[in-house]
Design a protein around this ligand. Sequence first.
Ligand code: 5RP
Length: 226
Amino acid sequence: MLDDLKKQASIAALEAIKDGMIVGLGTGSTATHFIRELGVRVQAGLRVHGIPTSEESRKLAVEVGIPLTTLREHPIIDVTVDGADEVSDGLDLIKGLGGALVREKVVAHASKKVIIVVDETKLTGRLGVKAPIPIEVVPFALEVARGQLILWGGEAKLREKEGKPFLSDNGNYILDWWHGPIDQPWALEKQIKGVTGIVDSGIFANVASQVIAATSAGIRKLQRAE
Ligand code: 5RP
């Protein structure tokens, strides 16, 4: 059921993809639906180039036949389609439970338009009510960064995979910071970014242009207020 909603949201995002565009390809189960559907359109003749936000998405894009390019060749992306873990009423986001937050943020910031595709469970009103804030940190700085986060409050747990620290595509660790509800996402994002050794956080404030949420009552398109 949820997976079906994720697929519906992804299909609705295809409307924004036009011939000749450079398209940012997100990461995660919802973005996977989008990449597969885009692959079908490419096989049918749509001409686009993709810029993936992770190794996982790169492999999938190759598998489904989407031609790829790089930020070096195309530093401006027409549109990016990606998922999210939480979406606030103001369309700020928490992302990164899939571990790709840094590349996702780089690609989003390089995009003229960012479309976020989610199922209805991701619309949380406020941020920080369900998900931790993923924080990518260079391994050398792990304990310094963790100490600073704990001083600010909450728990910061090193993410693990198969009993070992999870490594991002950039070779860094992820701390999952259980901060609690966030009043000012933009201010907290900036505060976290100010810690030396932290590469970036999964708070994406003022980034989404549009959120497409698939609900049991149909598709909702939420537009960022200018
Ligand atoms: C990966 C992400 C994903 O977009 C986010 O975790 C949502 O994933 P899913 O679509 O599988 O629920 O930020 O780093």
